[in-house]
Design a protein around this ligand. Structure first.
Ligand SMILES: [Zn+2]
Length: 374
C-alpha cells in the first residue's frame, strides 16, 4: 500500500543532493514473462543499458549492484516495483504498487518520480460506505489498496418483530420511533461521510449494505457529495475487505475503460482527419524523436522490438541500421515500448496503456499511437 508518508519520503529523496537510481519494474505475475522471477532478468537488462550510457560512472555501477540485490528479496505482490536508491545517504525506497507503469531505470539528481506522481494524481480515491439500520462501515480504496477507517455505530432501538394485538398502539409508536431513529442514523452517517470525504480526499463514492437504507443515505447526502456518488451496490454490510476491494475495483475498472475509450476515440478522430495525432510505430517514433508527443497511447502488455542510437538517443524502427541523425550504428532494443514511454515521460509527456474496448478500437488502426501537442 502506498501512503502519504511514502510520497513524502520519495519527495525528500527527489530533492536530496547527489545521484539517485530510480527503477520502475513490471513484476505483474499475470504476465507469464515475469514469472519465476524473470523480472530480475529484465532489471539486469535495464541496468546494463543504463550503465552503457554512463560508461565510467563507478557510483552508478555500485548502485546497480545494490538494486539488483534488493530486488532479489522483493515479493511481486502487485504490478510495478518502484525503487529509489540513494547510495550516499544509504536510503532505499521500495514499494510494489498495484498499478501498471512502464519499466525503466533512471540515474539522475533526485529520484525520477513523475510517472508515480502522475499515477497518484490520476487515480481516483474511492470511498465505500456500507450501511444498515444500525451500523455503517467506511472504506477507502486507492491504487487497488483498501483501508477501513472507522466503524460508525449509532445506537437505535431494535424494530419490534413479534407484535401482539394489545401492543398495536405502542407498536406503531415504536415503529415510528424506529423509523425516526433510522433517519437520525442515516443523517448522522451522511454527516460523518461528508466530513471524512473531505479529510480523506475521496473523489468517488459507492454506497452499499442494506439497499433501503443505502438509498435513503444517497438521498441524505449533501449536494456537493451527490455528484461524487457513482452508485448504490448490494454489498453486504459484513462483506470482507477483499470482497469490498474487488467490487470497488470492478467499478473503477469500468470507469477507467470508459475514459480510455474516450482518449482513443479522440485520437482516432485526429488520425482520420490528419490532425494532431499519429498511429503506427514509424510515425509514432518520428513524433517522439521530434519531441512532439503529448500522450503516448498503446495496448496494455504490448511488446515491440526497435532500435536506439546510444549516441543521440533517437529511437528507430527495428529495420533501421544506421541513425538518421548522426550515422552511428543503431542498437537493438527488445523493450521498445518501455523505451518510448520513457522518452515521452522524460520530455514532460504522458503515457496511457489501454485495455478492453479502447484497446479493440485502437487495434483496428495500430498497436501504438500518439496524440501530439497542438
Ligand atoms: Zn544518432
Amino acid at each position: 500500500m502506498i501512503r502519504h508518508r511514502d510520497v513524502e519520503q520519495l519527495q525528500q529523496l527527489s530533492q536530496a543532493p547527489g545521484k539517485t537510481l530510480t527503477v520502475y519494474l513490471d513484476v505483474d505475475q499475470t504476465n507469464p514473462a515475469n514469472r519465476k522471477r524473470q523480472f530480475e532478468t529484465h532489471l539486469k537488462d535495464l541496468l546494463k543499458q543504463l550503465r552503457a550510457s554512463h560508461p565510467d560512472d563507478e557510483e552508478l555501477a555500485q548502485a546497480c549492484g545494490e538494486v539488483e540485490e534488493i530486488t532479489k528479496r522483493i515479493e511481486p505482490t502487485g504490478r510495478t516495483l518502484v525503487l529509489a536508491r540513494h547510495r550516499k545517504l544509504g536510503v532505499t525506497f521500495r514499494k510494489v504498487i498495484r498499478i501498471g507503469l512502464p519499466s525503466f531505470a533512471y540515474w539522475s539528481n533526485g529520484a525520477f518520480l513523475r510517472p508515480l506522481l502522475e499515477a497518484l494524481d490520476e487515480h481516483e480515491r474511492f470511498g465505500i460506505v456500507l450501511v444498515d439500520q444500525k451500523r455503517a462501515r467506511l472504506f477507502t480504496v486507492f491504487l487497488g489498496d483498501i483501508e477501513e477507517h472507522k466503524d460508525l455505530i449509532s445506537q437505535i432501538p431494535p424494530r419490534p418483530d413479534a407484535p401482539t394485538a394489545d401492543k398495536l398502539r405502542s407498536q406503531s409508536r415504536m415503529e415510528r420511533h424506529h423509523d425516526e431513529s433510522v433517519s437520525t442514523h442515516v443523517r448522522l452517517v451522511a454527516g460523518e461521510i461528508s466530513r471524512l470525504m473531505e479529510h480523506l480526499e475521496v473523489d468517488r463514492l459507492i454506497i452499499g449494505g442494506n439497499v433501503g437504507v443505502a438509498s435513503e443515505l444517497a438521498r441524505a447526502l449533501p449536494k456537493r457529495l451527490r455528484g461524487r456518488l457513482i452508485e448504490v451496490l448490494p454489498i453486504p454490510l459484513a462483506a470482507s475487505t477483499d470482497d469490498i476491494r474487488a467490487r470497488a475495483s470492478e467499478v473503477q475498472t469500468r470507469l477507467e475503460r470508459a475514459e480510455e475509450l474516450e482518449v482513443v476515440r479522440e485520437l482516432l478522430k485526429e488520425v482520420r482527419k490528419g490532425g494532431r495525432a499519429v498511429a503506427g510505430l514509424s510515425a509514432t517514433l518520428e513524433a517522439i524523436n521530434e519531441g512532439r508527443v503529448w500522450k503516448l497511447v498503446y495496448l496494455q502488455g504490448l511488446a515491440l522490438d526497435g532500435g536506439v542510437c546510444d549516441h543521440c538517443n533517437m529511437l528507430f524502427d527495428p529495420a533501421d541500421e544506421r541513425c538518421a541523425v548522426c550515422g552511428e550504428k543503431v542498437d537493438a532494443e527488445p523493450h521498445m515500448v518501455d523505451r518510448m514511454a520513457r522518452a515521452v515521460l522524460e520530455r514532460g509527456g504522458h503515457v496511457e496503456m489501454v485495455d478492453g474496448p479502447a484497446a479493440e478500437a485502437l487495434r483496428s488502426v495500430a498497436e501504438v499511437a500518439a496524440l501530439m501537442h497542438s
